[in-house]
Each structure stands twice: as structure tokens, then as C-alpha cells.
Design a binder for this molecule. Structure first.
Ligand SMILES: NC(=O)c1ccc[n+]([C@@H]2O[C@H](COP(=O)([O-])OP(=O)(O)OC[C@H]3O[C@@H](n4cnc5c(N)ncnc54)[C@H](O)[C@@H]3O)[C@@H](O)[C@H]2O)c1
Length: 386
């Protein structure tokens, strides 16, 4: 060791593992290299979280041997901000790139947008070896990923998430799809991206409301598996903004941990539904007046109260979570005027219902969750009305 010391000291990346667990060491290494590996579905893929990470896109495309022409799918809000820059950057690197612009908003996750994109892919001459770049929030990721999955029996796609929600959640895990008239995400497939580049610098243009929306999912990730992340969030908005890159990295690491362990949602991945079983019912019950992040925020508080009642969590956990959410400007109280019966039905008919029973992901403490707890109807009713 003495002899090799000076040689090791010459390496540009160093991790002192003296007081770290194996998991802690792995975390330090991934953080230093800004790159996380998703495994479990197909060959796996890298998620790079790095400020100015977009600059490395051509090099990563070269490495994965992608060929022109490329399609850049982007929405009408993000297109003027980052579309031409990305196109120029790719063209300078020798790629032929076509911008394909979709109207911003959830309504674009539709059959007609899908048809529009297939047409764009054809007229741009995309082939089996081409790649679709999804530059945008979760809407663009879900839509462009699904369009790529279904074009010529499946071509590659790359995620370039631009919203916080897309960085920490929707761009990772391979779920792609669109909405049908009957409900959200009813048509889709698992189709992993070739890689994902999350560049926290892009969040500088994201409206504050959208940032808060994404923060609800980040809080969820802290509660599920990263007490350190939860602590950062609990110290409030300013601290989060100053440490945004670390916040994104830690939240990404949690999502990857769950999906790599259970890529097709047969077991522990269900933990990611924490706050969502009630959250989805709230979104629907409020006729989508509540935004997804707001509904999940309220959902987490009430589902934790349920965990306390069932003896899964210690009393006080729901208050601790509610305080953190409140400091981030997220709602924690059930809005008045919602019909409890409608909410109850919404939960019973949530698509996560299996074998005629309703299951919740409930936290035991900050950093630990029970992914699939069967909850009796009377307890669900108690949660809604308390
Ligand atoms: N595939 C999955 O696993 C998964 C997981 C969670 C959510 N989702 C889906 O994600 C979607 C929600 O994603 P979202 O919240 O990102 O919505 P979104 O894609 O509509 O983006 C939110 C808004 O922010 C704008 N925007 C995005 N990035 C910006 C930037 N950098 N600067 C300025 N404006 C920017 C968009 O134009 C849009 O108006 C839903 O359709 C949901 O179903 C999918």
C-alpha cells in the first residue's frame, strides 16, 4: 500500500471509503462520476446527472453508435428555449437532426400526436438505426418513447428531461405511453431509453410551479429510501434551490434503486406508489384542479396518517412529512368540498388494485417503506375523512 500510495494519489477521482458501507461507497462513486446505471430491464442504461451534461450528448450518441437522421421531439414551450441550440450542437457534431414540435400540455399524450410523430419520423427518413431524442417534461418523454417503441417495430430513444419531475421520475424506468379518452396512461409499453442525460441547469427556465410539482416526487424519494435527502428538503426551499444538482442526483438514485430491483413492478417497485393511491383519486376527484404534485403531496400526508393508525409508522411521522412539504410550498390538507364517496370509489378503482383488494405503499419511518399493504375499506374511509 505504501509503495502504491503515490500512484493512487495521482487519480483524479478519489473516494475515501474508510467509514462507508458498501452501499455508501457505491453511492459516492456514482455521484463523483455523475452517472448511474439502471439494470434489470434489457441491457441496462446510464442516467447521467450533470450540469452542462447536454454538452456530452454527441459523444454519448457516438458511443452508442447512433446514426443520422435524428428526431428531436420537443414541446412548444421548451422548443424555443433549447430546440435550436440542441439541433445546432448535433449538426456541428455531424448529425442530421430534425425538430418535431408538439403543443405543450397533457392533451398531447394522445393518439393524434402519436400519428403526427410517426409521420414526422417517416418524412425525416428515420430508420431502424436512428434515434429519437425526447427533449422535455414527462409528457414528451412518455409520448416520444412510445412513438419510438412503435415505429418500425421499435427504434431507440434517448431521454433529455427538462422538468424536475421528468429528471427524477418519468425519464427513468422505461414506461412509455399515451392517454385514452377513458383515462391516463391506458396505452403504452415498457421501452427503455438508450441513455438519459439530466442537466439540472435546464431547470433554470422551469416555472416555479412546475419545480414544486416535481419536488413532491423528490420528497417521496427521500421518505422511501434517503433520510439525508429528506433532511435537505425539510430545511426548505432556499436550501433546495442552492443544492438542486445534489437533490436531483439523490432522487434519481432512489428511483433507480427501486426500478432496478423490480423493473416490471411485481414487488418492491410498488413502493413508488406512496402518496399516489390517494393522490390519483384526489386529482380525479378535483376534476384535475389539483396538480399531480399537489395531489401526491396531500396523498403522502394522509397515507402516512393511515400508516400511523395501522401501527406501521410511529405517531408523528405524518406531521414530520407535512412540515417538510409545507416548507416547500406544497399543500398538506385535503381540500374542502370534495365528495368522500367519489374519492373512495377513485381509490377502489385505481389501476393498482389487484385480487379485489386495495394495496397501499406505506412508510414505516423516513427511509423505510412497506410497498404493498392490504388496507381494509373501513380504514380507507377513515383516512379520507380524518
Ligand atoms: N413514464 C413514467 O414513469 C412517468 C412517471 C411519472 C409521470 N409521468 C408522466 O409525466 C407527465 C408529467 O410530466 P411533467 O410534470 O414534466 O409535465 P410536462 O411535460 O407537461 O411539463 C410541465 C410543463 O413545464 C414545461 N417545461 C418543461 N421543462 C421546461 C423547462 N426546462 N423550461 C421551461 N418550461 C419547461 C412544459 O412545457 C410544460 O408546460 C404526465 O403525463 C405523467 O403521466 C410518467
Amino acid at each position: 500500500m505504501e509503495n502504491r500510495k503515490s500512484h493512487y494519489a495521482s487519480f483524479s477521482n478519489q473516494v475515501d471509503t474508510t467509514s462507508l458501507s458498501l452501499e455508501g461507497s457505491a453511492w459516492q462513486v456514482q455521484t463523483q462520476f455523475d452517472t448511474f446505471r439502471v439494470t434489470g430491464m434489457g441491457d441496462g442504461y446510464d442516467v447521467r446527472v450533470r450540469s452542462h451534461g447536454m454538452d456530452t450528448l454527441p459523444e454519448m450518441l457516438d458511443q452508442s453508435q447512433k446514426k443520422s437522421p435524428l428526431g428531436i421531439v420537443v414541446d412548444s414551450n421548451v422548443a424555443p428555449l433549447y430546440g435550436p441550440g440542441l439541433k445546432n450542437q448535433l449538426e456541428k457534431a455531424g448529425y442530421k437532426a430534425n425538430l418535431m414540435i408538439i403543443p405543450a400540455g397533457e392533451n398531447s399524450k394522445s393518439v393524434s400526436s402519436l400519428e403526427f410523430l410517426w409521420g414526422e419520423f417517416l418524412s425525416a427518413g428515420l430508420e431502424r438505426s436512428s434515434v429519437v431524442l425526447a427533449l422535455g417534461g414527462g409528457v414528451i418523454g412518455d409520448l416520444a418513447g412510445f412513438a419510438a417503441a412503435t415505429y418500425m417495430r421499435g427504434i431507440s430513444w434517448v431521454g433529455i428531461p427538462t422538468s424536475l419531475l421528468a429528471m427524477v421520475d418519468s425519464s427513468i424506468g422505461g414506461k412509455t405511453g399515451i392517454n385514452l379518452e377513458q383515462g391516463k396512461n391506458l396505452a403504452g409499453v415498457f421501452h427503455s431509453p438508450d441513455f438519459v442525460i439530466a442537466d439540472p441547469k435546464l431547470l433554470s427556465t422551469l416555472p416555479e410551479m412546475e419545480l414544486r410539482n416535481g419536488l413532491a416526487e423528490v420528497v417521496k424519494h427521500g421518505v422511501l429510501a434517503d433520510p439525508g435527502l429528506f433532511e435537505m428538503l425539510a430545511s426548505g426551499w432556499v436550501n433546495v434551490q442552492t443544492h438542486l444538482e445534489e437533490v436531483v442526483k439523490r432522487a434519481v438514485a432512489v428511483k433507480i434503486k427501486f426500478i432496478s430491483a423490480d423493473p416490471y413492478e411485481k414487488g418492491v417497485r410498488a413502493a413508488l406508489n406512496f402518496g399516489h393511491t390517494l393522490g390519483h383519486a384526489l386529482e380525479k376527484g378535483s376534476d384535475y384542479q389539483l396538480r399531480h404534485g399537489e395531489a401526491v403531496s396531500i396523498g403522502m400526508v394522509y397515507e402516512t396518517k393511515l400508516a400511523e393508525k395501522m401501527g406501521i409508522a410511529q405517531a408523528g411521522l405524518s406531521v414530520e412529512i407535512a412540515e417538510a412539504l409545507f416548507k416547500l410550498g406544497l399543500p398538506t390538507q385535503m381540500p374542502t368540498g370534495l365528495d368522500p364517496d367519489k374519492l373512495f370509489k377513485g381509490i377502489r378503482f385505481d389501476k393498482k388494485k389487484k385480487d379485489g383488494v386495495v394495496r397501499f405503499a406505506l412508510p414505516a419511518k423516513i427511509g423505510a417503506v412497506q410497498p404493498s399493504v392490504i388496507v381494509k375499506e373501513e380504514d380507507i374511509k377513515w383516512m379520507i375523512t380524518n
